[in-house]
Design a protein. Structure first.
Lengths: 464, 143
């Protein structure tokens, strides 16, 4: 750690991990409700658990992105953060707003919350992932703008690297496209069309710029490969991301009342969306193979390689699986989508944040380069536990999805939704059991921050 | 990557490609707006439907159901529920009759205690949605 102000990232990462635990617990509740329908009913209805599960994910990833930015931007810019006090202040504002919103979901009926927060003045609630009260959304905008200002000013006064510029573009895009969350016409088709300008242009657009720049930073630090090489890869990967991903948004427009030409545009461009993810995998392994040093933080390198592979599988392969219009006609809105969503978010965004934490947290806690061998060993156990269970969660949901599509939509005698749900319950049970293993992996991950802290740092053989 | 391919070239492809395809998106969006009046059933939108969408949102229906395939997958698709149940009255009857304490061991929709006006509105909203031209989706009545 070269600059004192980088340390503000630690707060953000601790909050991120805490909220991550909450996300997984509510995931397990939902998974249980899939098989034991009245589990916790009516205290925690499924829709509340789901809202908590998905909103916590978004909020903790945002905490992760912010923490990653506060850590890497000063180091890249070679200057202290513009206003560390602002980063501290916004942390508490964001945490308080986030916690209050989640608690409100759990303690107040949603309709009462809508009334309490005067949703009628500017109705934005009740749409998937954008369930937050309008006042919370305004709070998010303020926090993100203050954050962007802080990061932008730091970059402006310091060295302008490609990593920093790409990160700044990603974060700016995040802020800009979130504004579509405030557009909610009665016309459902228009509502949905522009809802995707938040959701798709985030996760299949600007967030990939954030992912790319964080990954580039970790690779520069851990492999010692020439920055020029890594930056060239970064540019070409994000070029392919946006060239395919912007019009690729059409794959959400097949069946929501948009013109049918979207079936062609969406199918062709989104079919190309795996390319940047494939390039990212090739690049990550290439850089590690061409490393000029052996970095003793093996856990961080493992997360970096892991995110490249899992993002390719989850976002690339599982996305391609159901992206072509004739396939999507049958799979749209089934467990296939859920399968893809789980592995894509884990691979692309959870793992990159955990990778950044893995690289930077030891440094912020006073280590020279990395944690002890014992801590790292635990962390790598958690990597495999969580990653393998996510693979199986995805496989079980895919199996459930294929059966659902066949029984409900494809066979000669299609069955009712609920009848089909009963028939595929076995796979939901398997998913739930695997979810418990994921939670165990997460507990091991947290343990790795406490066990082996009094032992000396791990060392590696220097590269010959 | 070959040395002939420089960082500046990669950067230019990024900026050029991004701007170009964003313009393509804007053009396609413009064309989409032109075609919508024929597709999105806007003539069915009135005050009752507007209230219905508000009821839909204020009760977070999308937290369990999907609507035109988007939302949660815990409960049936509702984009075609008007066609499936056959009438506004049938939709209202279903929502009204949900048991407060749920059904032992099974998934059950909560009892939302909607007023008569809200019940009519949500049902009319779902009727409006069923009239949207969705290119033949879902594949059958089951949703």
């Amino acid at each position: 750690m070269k600059y004192q102000s980088q340390k503000v990232a630690k707060l953000y990462f601790i909050a991120a991990i805490g909220l991550f635990v909450g996300q997984i617990l509510f995931g397990l509740i939902m998974g249980m409700q899939y098989v034991v329908g009245d589990f916790l009913f009516p205290e925690i209805p499924f829709n509340v658990a789901r809202m908590v599960h998905t909103n916590l994910l978004i909020v903790w990833l945002l905490f992760g992105f912010m923490g990653a930015s506060y850590y890497l931007v000063p180091e890249e810019a070679e200057t202290e953060l513009f206003a560390p006090w602002l980063a501290h202040l916004m942390f508490w504002v964001f945490l308080a707003a986030g916690a209050a919103t989640i608690l409100a979901y759990l303690l107040v009926p949603y309709a009462a919350l809508a009334e309490l927060t005067m949703n009628d003045l500017l109705p934005t609630m009740g749409r998937e992932f954008l369930e937050q009260p309008t006042i919370t959304k305004i709070g998010i905008v303020i926090v993100v703008l203050a954050f962007l200002f802080n990061i932008g000013m730091t970059i402006l006064k310091g060295r302008k690297t490609v990593v920093n510029l790409v990160l700044l573009m990603g974060l700016t895009g995040l802020a800009v496209f979130f504004l579509f969350a405030f557009y909610n016409p009665t016309n459902l088709v228009m509502d949905k069309y522009y809802w995707w300008w938040v959701v798709h242009l985030w996760v299949e657009g600007v967030w990939e710029l954030i992912l790319g720049s964080i990954l580039a930073f970790i690779l520069i630090k851990t492999t010692g490969v020439d920055r020029e090489v890594i930056e060239k890869w970064l540019y070409i990967i994000i070029a392919m991301t946006l060239i395919t991903g912007i019009v690729g948004m059409g794959h959400h427009y097949y069946w929501i009342g948009a013109p049918e030409f979207w079936q062609w545009w969406g199918s062709i461009f989104s079919a190309l969306e795996p390319i940047p993810f494939f390039m990212m995998t090739v690049y990550a392994f290439n850089m590690v193979n061409k490393r000029r040093r052996n970095h003793p933080n093996k856990a961080a390198v493992l997360w970096a390689l892991g995110t490249a592979v899992m993002a390719f599988l989850g976002a690339g392969v599982w996305g391609f699986l159901h992206t072509l219009a004739p396939v999507n006609y049958y799979t749209h809105g089934t467990q296939i989508t859920a399968a893809h969503g789980h592995m894509a978010f884990y691979g692309a965004y959870v793992m990159i944040v955990l990778g950044m934490i893995s690289y930077s947290m030891p440094l912020m806690r006073g280590r020279e380069l990395c944690n002890s061998a014992r801590s790292q060993s635990l962390e790598m156990w958690s990597f495999w536990l969580m990653t393998i269970s996510m693979v199986f969660i995805t496989l079980f949901l895919t199996a459930a999805g294929i059966l659902q599509v066949y029984l409900q939509r494809f066979s000669d005698n299609p069955m009712d939704f609920m009848v089909v749900q009963d028939k595929i319950a076995l796979f939901y049970w398997l998913r739930e059991i695997t979810g418990v293993i994921f939670l165990i992996g997460l507990i091991v991950y947290i343990a790795s921050f406490f066990i082996g802290q009094d032992e000396p740092e791990a060392t590696v053989e220097p590269l010959k | 990557m070959a040395q002939a391919f420089t960082k500046a070239m990669a950067r230019n492809i990024f900026y050029g490609g991004t701007v170009f395809f964003f313009l393509v998106l804007l053009a396609l969006t413009f064309q989409t707006h032109r075609e919508w009046p024929e597709l999105d059933n806007r003539q069915a939108i009135n005050d009752v439907v507007t209230l219905g969408k508000k009821v839909w949102e204020d009760n977070n229906c999308v937290g369990c159901h999907s609507l035109l395939g988007e939302g949660a997958y815990f409960a049936p698709e509702l984009g075609n529920v008007y066609t499936r149940l056959g009438s506004v009255e049938a939709i209202k009857g279903f929502i009204m009759s949900r048991p407060k304490e749920g059904i032992p061991g099974r998934r059950s929709m909560p009892q939302f205690n909607l007023s008569e006006e809200e019940l009519t509105a949500i049902a009319e909203f779902l009727k409006y949605v069923a009239g949207i031209n969705t290119a033949g989706w879902p594949p059958n009545i089951k949703g």
